[in-house]
Design a protein around this ligand. Structure first.
Ligand code: CP
Ligand code: NVA
Length: 290
């Protein structure tokens, strides 16, 4: 909650003239194994807002674990930069970076989770409703990295969580095992369904993400077939709570997991949500690097 309040404070400070340069002289090294628009730009611009700088390191340059071992990359980078943000395929790779780096390492998405997304998402919910506790967040589609972080953020901050996925594409059982104790502490429910209509009943937030994540391109045709029923469209949204908002981490595949009508409709929060990635991450950067 403190991180969310700091994010809201930094956003307000930025909008009313600018942030103080609390990260002056500090550089964030950004290691990418996959493409990005939001993560790259929001971290880079966020660092500049705080008086620091950021360095984009493309997949070709670093060759994480290929050109050089992850342990060596971590130790070399730690001599140059004051923080590392990494977007990786295998979650173990970001853990390995964190193990060897002597500077903070931020997960900018792995095949397991996307915590910076979860933070920006919950900030967006908090701003819109003025609270998180007691709300219901429904995720429609693949039990993927974004769903995992949304579940963890919801469970930590007291929002009920439901998810509808086709058989074989559910959240990992181990993820649910990790989330249950958090849910118990926060007195919230976690419900899993196959039927999207069941999942969105009374939901305050209807969330979706791509059917095919980065790295799963070979499965795209099969997934397109399996996920046909899991589109957030006007009919499905009508089954949610009347004041429900629609969220998507982006990039969106309009006409697949989300219709244009919903993405551009009055309940959509997808662009403020994308902006909030930057404000939320600035709070993380201040916490870790100032
Ligand atoms: N939502 C998100 O992480 O977007 P990018 O892949 O463009 O960074
Ligand atoms: N689940 C998506 C999220 C992209 C931000 C992916 O991993 O490709």
């Amino acid at each position: 909650m403190e991180l969310l309040d700091l994010a809201v404070f930094l956003k307000r400070e930025w909008k009313s003239g600018g942030n103080r340069p609390v990260l002056a002289g500090k550089v964030l090294g950004m290691v990418f194994q996959k493409p990005s628009l939001r993560t790259r730009v929001s971290f880079e611009v966020g660092m500049k807002h705080l008086g620091g700088d950021a360095l984009y390191l493309s997949p070709d340059e670093i060759g994480l674990g290929k050109r050089e071992s992850i342990a060596d990359v971590a130790r070399v980078l730690s001599g140059y930069v004051q923080g590392i943000m990494a977007r990786v395929f295998a979650h173990d790779h970001v853990l390995e970076l964190a193990k060897w780096a002597s500077v903070p390492v931020i997960n900018g998405l792995s095949d397991y989770n996307h915590p910076c997304q979860g933070l920006g998402d919950i900030m967006t919910v908090y701003e819109h409703f003025g609270r998180v506790e007691g709300l219901k967040v429904a995720f429609i589609g693949d039990g993927n990295n974004v769903a995992t972080s949304l579940l963890m953020a919801s469970a930590l901050l007291g929002a009920n969580f439901s998810i509808a996925s086709p058989p074989g594409y559910e959240l990992k059982a181990s993820t649910l095992v990790k989330a249950r104790p958090l849910a118990e502490d926060s007195h919230i429910t976690i419900e899993t369904f196959e039927d999207p209509i069941a999942a969105v009943a009374d939901a305050d937030v209807v969330y979706t993400d791509t059917w095919t994540s980065m790295g799963q391109e070979a499965e795209a045709a099969e997934r397109r077939k399996r996920f046909q029923k899991y589109q957030v469209n006007t009919q499905l949204l009508a089954k949610a709570s009347k004041g429900a908002i629609v969220m998507h981490c982006l990039p969106a595949h309009r006409g697949e997991e989300l219709t244009d009508e919903v993405a551009d409709g009055p309940q959509s929060k997808i662009f403020p949500q994308a902006e909030n990635r930057m404000h939320a991450q600035k709070a993380v950067l201040v916490e870790l690097m100032s």
